[in-house]
Every structure is written in structure tokens, then in C-alpha cells.
Design a protein around this ligand. Structure first.
Ligand code: NAP
Length: 267
């Protein structure tokens, strides 16, 4: 049996085991995926220990994605983003960042992104992965609006985008095709950085926060008549990309999505 797992802290809430185990079962792959709470001081031992124990792969979640980079050989994208969420133990300890592809695939499920003007709220780990992924793999025009302007500017300069202040989003929003919230605003709270009167029906609004599933931003976007994408889509696609790295087999995305949505509905 092949062994996989997710390391993070906290990790109890992770939906990855449900999603990955369902995919293994569906494809008759003899494998098991578990979750492990790992303290920061033990991160190195956890990764090298998993390799010694014969694990095939790991996912890495908050707060270890950046620090894990030190213990892996990252591919080019993970190196650029500066964070790893997938480890594959094959001829060494290889690191990848599938958050970038996850977000891109979630968007491409509802809209063409080529040539689009995309406003991203945030400049943290997830915003970095998303903006690198979108700028690297498609011809897009990216605006970064972050609470700490200097961080937004740093990110915008790296990806060849433009940084704006959060206070200026209302001026820019009219020309935006796709809005992505990659901040923690809306996480377990009924609050948003922008409301329906400033959104418009011709845009796609993607909130990567998935607790609650229908965030305040998504409710406001619906009111404005915009197309919406919830955070579970990105979770599923980043998991599917990890699955494909580990197994070399096309991930059963629909099966994985059904499994996580059931798990969320059950609570
Ligand atoms: P992070 O690295 O801690 O970054 C947090 C970001 O939120 C920063 O840009 C921060 O701005 C901003 N922020 C925090 N509080 C704010 C406020 N009150 N007003 C405005 N901006 C605020 O976190 P992360 O790892 O990027 O994760 C962000 C969110 O995405 C989390 O809710 C996480 O659960 C979710 N996520 C979802 C997926 C998925 O698959 N759907 C994947 C990864 C993450 P400053 O720079 O000013 O602090």
C-alpha cells in the first residue's frame, strides 16, 4: 500500500484526506492518505521521516508551505512562488506548488482568462501562488490590492503586474473582468472588502476562502449578477494536481469534488 499524508498545524479541519482517499478508492489504487499535526520545530524531521518510512508523497498546509521549501528540491514554479504544497518522494524529495494550477483551473472552468484584467485582493501565500500561476501560464493583466501596500507592490513587481491601494479598488473595479479574494477576509465572518453596489454583472468573482462556502463576497457578487466560484473548486483542483504528480494518472475531479462537498455539508 502506498502512503500519503498532509502535514500542517492545525490540520484537523483538512478536507484533503476525504478527497484523496475517495480518488484512490474510485481508481482502485492501493493507497491511504492521513493527516498529521506537525509543530514548526519538527517540520524537517516530519518530511525526512516520511521519506525514511517509505511515504510516496505529502501535502503541506498552513503554516509550513514556505518553510518546507528548505527541505525539498523545488520545481521552477515552487521556487518562484517561494512555497511548496506538494512533496513527491521520488529519487529525492521533490517540491511543487499546485495552488497556482488549482486556481487557474477553477477559473478556466467558468471563463477564458486570456487577455483578462484580473484584480487580486491579498499578497500572502495564496495570492502569490495564484498570481504567479496566472501570469506565468496566461497572458493576463494583473492588479494586486493588498492591505499592506508595500507587500502588494513587491508581488506586483515580481509578476509584472500593478499594485493599487485597497482604497483605490472602487475606481478600478469597472474595468476588471475577474476579481479574486485571496485574503482571510470573509473567513468565518460575514464581511467583505467590496459590496454589490461596486461589483458588476459582467465579471467573475472567485473567493478562495471556503469557510463558509458562500462567503459574504460571493453573496454580494450574486446580488450584482456576477458569475461566482467558491474556494472548494480551488481546493479540489490543487488536490487533483497533487494526485496526478504522485500517481501519473488523471485525477477523478468530479469524484473528489463530490466527496469534499458532502464532507462540508455534513459539517
Ligand atoms: P496569508 O499568507 O496569511 O495572507 C493573508 C492575506 O490576507 C494577506 O495579504 C493580508 O494582508 C490579508 N489580510 C488579512 N487580514 C486582512 C484584513 N483585515 N483586511 C485586508 N486584508 C487582510 O494567508 P494565505 O495562506 O494566503 O491564505 C489566505 C486565505 O486563503 C485563507 O483564508 C486560506 O484558508 C485560503 N486558502 C484557500 C485555498 C483553497 O484551496 N481554496 C488555498 C490556500 C489558501 P497583509 O499583507 O496586509 O497582512
Amino acid at each position: 500500500m502506498k502512503l500519503f499524508g498532509i502535514i500542517g498545524n492545525p490540520v484537523e479541519h483538512s478536507l484533503s484526506p476525504v478527497m484523496q482517499n475517495e480518488a484512490f478508492k474510485y481508481l482502485n489504487i492501493d493507497a491511504c492518505y492521513l493527516k498529521f499535526k506537525v509543530e514548526e520545530a519538527k517540520l524537517r524531521y516530519a518530511i525526512l521521516g516520511a521519506e525514511s518510512l517509505g511515504f510516496s508523497g505529502l501535502n503541506v498546509t498552513v503554516p509550513h508551505k514556505e518553510k518546507a521549501l528548505k527541505y525539498v528540491e523545488p520545481d521552477e514554479l515552487a521556487g518562484e512562488v517561494g512555497a511548496v504544497n506538494t512533496i513527491y518522494f521520488k529519487k529525492g524529495v521533490k517540491g511543487f506548488n499546485t495552488d497556482a494550477m488549482g486556481a487557474k483551473m477553477a477559473l478556466e472552468g467558468v471563463t477564458d482568462i486570456k487577455g483578462k484584467r484580473i484584480l487580486i485582493f491579498g499578497a500572502g501565500g495564496a495570492a502569490k501562488a495564484i498570481s504567479y500561476g496566472l501570469s506565468r501560464y496566461s497572458d493576463t493583466d494583473i492588479l494586486i490590492a493588498n492591505r499592506t501596500f508595500s507587500e502588494g507592490l513587491k508581488l506586483a513587481n515580481k509578476i509584472g503586474g500593478e499594485a493599487i491601494r485597497l482604497g483605490d479598488i472602487f475606481r478600478e473595479i469597472k474595468s476588471v473582468d475577474i476579481l479574486i479574494n485571496a485574503t482571510t477576509v470573509g473567513l468565518n465572518e460575514d464581511r467583505s472588502l467590496i459590496y454589490s453596489k461596486n461589483l458588476h454583472k459582467d465579471m467573475v468573482v472567485f473567493d478562495i476562502v471556503y469557510s463558509p462556502l458562500k462567503t459574504c463576497l460571493l453573496k454580494e457578487a450574486e446580488k450584482a449578477g456576477a458569475k461566482t466560484i467558491d474556494g472548494l473548486k480551488m481546493l479540489v483542483y490543487q488536490g487533483a494536481a497533487s494526485f496526478e504528480i504522485w500517481t501519473g494518472v488523471k485525477a477523478p475531479v468530479k469524484v473528489m469534488e463530490r466527496a469534499v462537498r458532502h464532507a462540508v455539508e455534513r459539517g
